[in-house]
Design a binder for this molecule. Structure first.
Ligand code: TGC
Length: 393
């Protein structure tokens, strides 16, 4: 059993009883239900659908939302759950993000009462899966360039286009689809709006992307819409323009600020355990100054990252968190988690490239986390814009 590093900074003293209870529930789920099977699932490219209901029963799905069967938990509690899930595997934190922060959050923020009643309780319970279709094949950083359209035909909407890298789409019951309205002369012509698309609708096709060397225990898809006909009330009434999807991305990016530190902690725990148990030159490798320096630097970054996440969480609970602050957190957490994964791999030496340890899996997963929900570069430019008042986009 690897040593735990939580105690070093006494983070628990900064958390409420309720937050600790959420953290412990998520840690148990991650350690008992995900950790024992994750290496095989990663190898087999298998997403364990049956755990979705369990995650729902534990209250993790849309847990920061209120009403409609959602737990109404605070931002810090949600962050702690993300951290514990990602300590097991980024794919599971990604699932909770896509379901809760993206799909459910879009419906909760922008949906009509009927849309909320129709979808949210089942999604919170893990009976229904949602996905969030924003990114298109030509590139994810510039969603303003999307070409997917929704045009009005009589009482119906007709959606045509393609999306890529859409998490869970082939398993989903409903897709939140962002499309430009094609209505020459209308007020909404060319404006991005959100639509709720039941995935059983003819013309909706989701194809899992194969050949991934990252996030292998979760599913990302190419999605096509060929004349997908929707009822006239399929549009989310409360979202108009890109601020709609960006409002949801804020939520998901916030979860990553915490989650990536879970992957980092797991890597540090592996390296620390090994540095004590493995002997070279007649003593544990952890007795060497160079190894201790690496471990110390890793610990410093994990603790700083978690404290930053906690600060952002408290800001969010006060309604004071800005997108640029989220960018600081997402950029820092994922960048440092990747560095920690690479250092941990070095400490583990040859064994570090095997699945005896979770480190290479975390490192591979974090390459995806670094790219989705805004690349490092997008977040650097968001921060640069906040600093200078000048947009580099
Ligand atoms: P700009 O055109 O100026 O802004 C458009 C409108 O959006 C507003 N806005 C925001 N609102 C809320 N939160 C934010 N963070 C916002 N950022 C911008 C803005 O005020 C404006 O509103 P309005 O009312 O004036 O029209 O866009 P920009 O120049 O500000 O943004 C450029 C840039 C590069 C930052 C933005 O395009 C961006 O963030 N690009 C990255 C896109 C991204 O993260 N894609 C991820 C796709 S989803 C995903 O990865 C899911 S993966 C999980 C899975 O499905 O498995």
């Amino acid at each position: 059993m690897a040593p735990r590093i939580d105690a070093v900074f006494d983070l628990d003293a900064l958390l409420t009883e309720d937050e600790l209870a959420w953290r412990d529930r998520a840690r148990r789920f991650a350690q008992e239900r995900i950790a024992p099977v994750i290496e095989q699932d990663f190898e087999d490219k298998h997403f364990r659908r049956e755990l979705v209901r369990e995650a729902g029963e534990l209250g993790f799905l849309g847990m920061h939302l209120t009403g409609y069967g959602c737990a109404g938990a605070g931002a810090v509690a949600y962050g702690l759950v993300c951290l514990e899930l990602e300590a097991a595997d980024s794919g599971w934190r990604t699932f909770v993000s896509v379901q809760g922060s993206l799909a459910m959050s879009a419906i909760h923020k922008y949906g009509s009462e009927a849309q909320k009643e129709r979808w949210l309780p089942g999604m919170a319970a893990g009976e229904l899966i949602g996905c969030f279709a924003l990114t298109e094949p030509q590139g994810g950083s510039d969603p303003a360039a999307m070409t997917t359209t929704a045009r009005r035909e009589g009482d119906e909407w007709v959606v045509d286009g393609a999306k890529r890298w859409i998490g869970l789409a082939s398993l989903a019951d409903v897709a939140v689809v962002w499309a430009k309205v094609d209505d020459e002369g209308g007020d909404d012509h060319g404006v991005v709006r959100g639509f709720l698309v039941p995935t059983a609708t003819p013309g909706f096709t989701a194809t899992p992307i194969d050949g991934k060397l990252s996030m292998r225990a979760s599913v990302q898809c190419d999605v096509t819409f060929e004349g997908v006909r929707l009822a006239g009330d399929a549009m989310l009434p409360g979202a108009r323009g890109l601020s709609g999807p960006f409002g949801c991305l804020n939520e998901a990016r916030y979860g990553i600020v915490w989650g990536a530190m879970g992957a980092a902690r797991s890597c540090l725990e592996s390296a620390l355990g090994r540095s004590i148990s493995r002997e070279v030159f007649g003593r544990p490798i952890g007795a060497n100054q160079l190894i201790q320096a690496k471990l110390a630097d890793m610990l410093v970054e994990v603790e700083k990252g978690v404290l930053l996440a906690l600060h952002l969480g408290r800001l969010r609970e006060r309604g004071a968190l800005t997108p640029a602050q989220i960018s600081v957190g997402k950029l820092n957490s994922v960048r440092e988690a990747l560095r920690i994964a690479h250092e941990a791999r070095a400490i583990l030496a040859g064994d570090g490239i095997t699945n005896e340890f979770p480190v290479m899996r975390h490192a591979a997963n974090l390459e995806s986390v670094r790219t989705y929900e805004g690349t490092d570069e997008v977040h650097q430019l968001v921060i640069g814009r906040a600093l200078t008042g000048l947009s580099a986009f």
